[in-house]
Ligand binder design. Structure first.
Ligand SMILES: [Zn+2]
Length: 307
């Protein structure tokens, strides 16, 4: 019994199977941390910060000028050190200098997270951006960037109506996993292209989606090396081409800026796959379906109300 308890402390389980004592070692891993939660528990500034990433020190500007080449440098230990620096200001710097020194750490980190990406929130973040791109293409923002609020509202209505008719996608207030899955397809981009006039823009938009769909399985698979080895090999090629498109055909949106999840998708996926073997295996769908169960159990134990 004592041996068993000692083993449990190091996440080991001793089991007698068929008369033979066997040892199992478990590795526990916190999953389903979306960017917002990571920033909160690791003491980083909120998602709108110029320090765009929870994995590296890039600023939004740096990340937009170099879309692909960044390595993971942040860690919980370093966040703790930076918090100490931020608190003590040992070099008596101004607020701006200090903020730059600690790269946006502004609260005490209190939970250690593994520097990674949550596949579900990656899909949701990227789909929200594509949805926006679709609207901007309808409005031909590449040639007339100064549209009024009313015009932008109109493009959004046109897109929603069309997606409803062609793709059976009902408009939503906030991007979610199911909508993202249906939006990020060849069929959807084909449907959106029906609303565009310029042949060149249609080609660019379709290529952008095509590249995205070639990258997505890599962060979605439980084991990309087995499930999609070719796409894994081609990832850097696809991400570089995607980056090139953003900085040329879609320059009107990505000059000097980039979304948090586009940055993570383009810059950090291969390194994480190399380290952990997967991103998708720990996607937060599991946690979210847990929420559903939790609500059901809570309801079962609650007193019946009149409604
Ligand atoms: Zn980064």
């Amino acid at each position: 019994l004592i041996a068993e308890r000692e083993a449990m402390k190091s996440s080991e389980l001793m089991l007698e199977i068929g008369g033979i004592l066997r040892n199992f070692k478990f590795s526990f891993r916190g999953t389903g941390y979306d960017e917002k939660l990571v920033r909160e528990v690791e003491g980083l500034e909120a998602s709108g910060s110029i320090f765009i990433c929870t994995l590296c020190d890039a600023t939004r500007l740096e990340a937009s000028q170099n879309l692909v080449f960044h390595s993971i440098t942040r860690s919980h230990t370093e966040n703790l050190q930076r918090y100490e620096t931020w608190r003590a200001n040992p070099y008596h710097e101004s607020a701006d200098e200090l903020r730059d020194r600690v790269k946006g750490v502004s609260a005490k980190p209190f939970i250690e997270t593994l520097p990674s990406i949550d596949a579900l929130h990656c899909d949701i973040g990227n789909a929200a951006e594509f949805y926006k791109i679709f609207q901007l293409e309808i409005g031909e923002v590449y040639k007339n960037p100064n549209a009024t609020k009313e015009e932008r509202k109109k493009w959004s209505t046109i897109l929603d109506k069309h997606l409803r008719k062609k793709m059976n996608l009902k408009p939503i207030m906030r991007m979610n996993g199911n909508f993202a899955r249906k939006l990020m397809t060849k069929e959807t981009v084909e449907a959106v292209c029906e609303l565009l006039h310029s042949e060149e823009r249609k080609v660019a938009l379709k290529e952008l989606m095509d590249l995205y769909l070639n990258m997505k399985p890599v962060w979605r698979s439980s084991c990309p090396a087995k499930e999609c080895p070719e796409l894994l090999c081609q990832y850097s090629y696809h991400s570089q081409r995607f980056a090139e498109l953003l900085s040329t055909k879609f320059k009107f949106r990505y000059e000097g800026k980039i979304t948090n999840y586009f940055h993570k998708t383009l810059a950090h996926v291969p390194e994480i796959i190399e380290r952990d073997g997967s991103i998708g295996a720990w996607a937060s769908e599991g946690n979210e379906s847990g929420n559903k169960l939790f609500r059901r159990f809570r309801k079962m134990n609650a007193r019946q109300s009149k409604v």
